[in-house]
Design a protein around this ligand. Structure first.
Ligand SMILES: NC(=O)c1ccc[n+]([C@@H]2O[C@H](COP(=O)([O-])OP(=O)(O)OC[C@H]3O[C@@H](n4cnc5c(N)ncnc54)[C@H](O)[C@@H]3O)[C@@H](O)[C@H]2O)c1
Length: 432
């Protein structure tokens, strides 16, 4: 067993480091994850949350109290603050473009939640504005940034197993059965534009970045009356290929294939998926469409920053166990965004609870992985871009490639033919 050093960002010394001052746009669920759940990891970073902007007064009041920081109801006003270096945009998808343009013209670097936007044309406008004003645009939130996925890429880039031949990515979850408001699910086409970017980012990152074409197939979720999943066959310019499968209807949870570990690295109670889906079935059957929608917004609000955040609301979303006697992990393990298996020319790489298994000609080696995952890794990408002149590959152009691929999945399924891609960019670390 060996420990793989993480190359994601430089080591930091809290006594001497510069501090990156971050203003948050949108204190919703995503920010709740950053400020509450992921806080243990994020609070060790050389960053500070110095401002936040939202329209919800209760969330702003809690943030001001908890962080002794500036609060705003107007994004432009926050972006004029001299106490903000970079802006974390976690407002709804349809506002990402507008909020990025405001941040850029006020000279603030941007870390923007996935998907960067809902069309490649909008992402182009975001890139152009950030280029014009000389600020970095980095795409968040991506499970490609998780430590085990970055470690897989390190093994690939080292060349020790030869080129990537095939990637298998499989994920069955219960996203659509969670209490998302229907209007949002329709805008996201189910989970396609919400968590689809995670899976596409992982595949693109491990395959080197440049997808040549995709042939896809989608299916319907009769419970929520939106898209229920996709399968896609993806071909890369470098000759690698990938199979992606993602079904988010809640009939089955593939964490049973990932040592029961979830995308956050906590133990997933196998009973949660059924519990969440059953709640959704009852809610939609018992209430009028208007009352059901109002209830869904209320339930969404429970998990936002400043919301209720109690055990019942966590259960309702599937984030707290429901099965009596279910044993959570003593400590979080590595995050798993479904099952990811990479076949290289001379071996196979897959995740273990602590890092990776590398199956080679001489047997199986387990590699323990350290380093930040998720948003902690992403905040450090912004930090390193701003202070250490280390640009992130996961920038606006990369995010545009991921939006293009999600759109191509939809187009291929609709038209029943392969779609060629035009805006793909390379990771840039292929072995010679
Ligand atoms: N919910 C999650 O668990 C999650 C996880 C990862 C990524 N994301 C991404 O984060 C983004 C936000 O999603 P969310 O689920 O947190 O949504 P949300 O609706 O919970 O939060 C959005 C917040 O933005 C605020 N807002 C709306 N308009 C605003 C404006 N004009 N100015 C300032 N604030 C405004 C809302 O009041 C709300 O608090 C999305 O792009 C989503 O894909 C969400």
């Amino acid at each position: 067993m060996s420990v793989l050093a993480q190359a994601g960002h430089a080591q930091h010394d809290s006594a001497t480091d510069k501090i990156l001052r971050i203003g948050i746009v949108g204190l919703g669920q995503a920010s709740g994850l950053v400020l509450n759940w992921e806080r243990q990891d994020i609070r060790t970073l050389p960053i500070r949350f110095t401002a936040a902007c939202d329209l919800r007064e209760d969330a702003l009041a809690q943030f001001a109290k908890e962080y002794d920081a500036e609060v705003y109801t107007d994004v432009e006003a926050m972006c004029r603050s001299t106490n903000v270096d970079a802006v974390y945009i976690s407002s709804p998808h349809e506002l990402h473009l507008e909020h990025t343009l405001i941040a850029a013209r006020n000279g603030k670097h941007v870390l923007c939640e996935k998907p960067l936007s809902l069309s490649v044309e909008e992402v182009d406008a975001m890139i152009a504005a950030c280029d014009k004003h000389g600020v970095h645009l980095i795409a968040a939130h991506s499970h490609a940034m998780d430590a085990p996925i970055r470690a897989m890429r390190e093994v690939i880039a080292s060349g020790r197993l030869g080129p990537v031949r095939h990637i298998n990515a499989l994920n069955y979850n219960f996203f659509n059965a969670q209490p998302w408001p229907t209007r949002e699910l329709q805008m996201w086409h189910g989970d396609l534009y919400n968590q689809g970017p995670h899976q596409m980012d992982i595949i693109r990152y491990l395959g080197g970045g440049v997808v040549k074409s995709v042939r896809a197939h989608t299916w319907w979720d009769h419970l929520r009356n939106v898209e229920g999943g996709y399968s896609a066959y993806i071909e890369f310019a470098n000759g690698a290929a990938a199979n992606a499968l993602f079904d988010w209807r809640g009939y089955f949870d593939s964490t049973c294939y990932t040592f029961n570990a979830s995308e956050g690295g906590w133990a997933q109670d196998p009973g949660s998926g059924w519990f969440v889906r059953d709640n959704m079935k009852k809610l939609l059957a018992e209430k009028s469409p208007e009352d059901a929608e109002a209830e869904l917004w209320k339930l969404k609000n429970d998990l936002r920053y400043g919301g209720i955040n109690d055990n019942e609301s966590f259960q309702r979303w599937g984030y707290a166990p429901v099965t009596p006697g279910f044993e959570p992990f003593a400590e979080p393990v590595q995050p798993f965004f479904g099952l990811i298996i990479v076949a290289c020319d001379r071996g196979i790489i897959r995740q273990s609870l602590e890092g990776l298994y590398i199956h080679g000609d001489n047997g199986v080696e387990e590699v323990v992985v350290t380093g930040h995952s998720g948003r902690a890794a992403e905040f450090m990408q912004v930090y390193d871009a701003v202070f250490n002149d280390t640009p992130s590959f996961h920038d606006g152009r990369w995010g545009k490639g991921t939006v293009e691929l999600c759109q191509a999945i939809e187009e291929s399924a609709r038209e029943g033919r392969p779609i060629d891609l035009k805006y793909q960019v390379a990771v840039g670390d292929e072995p010679a």
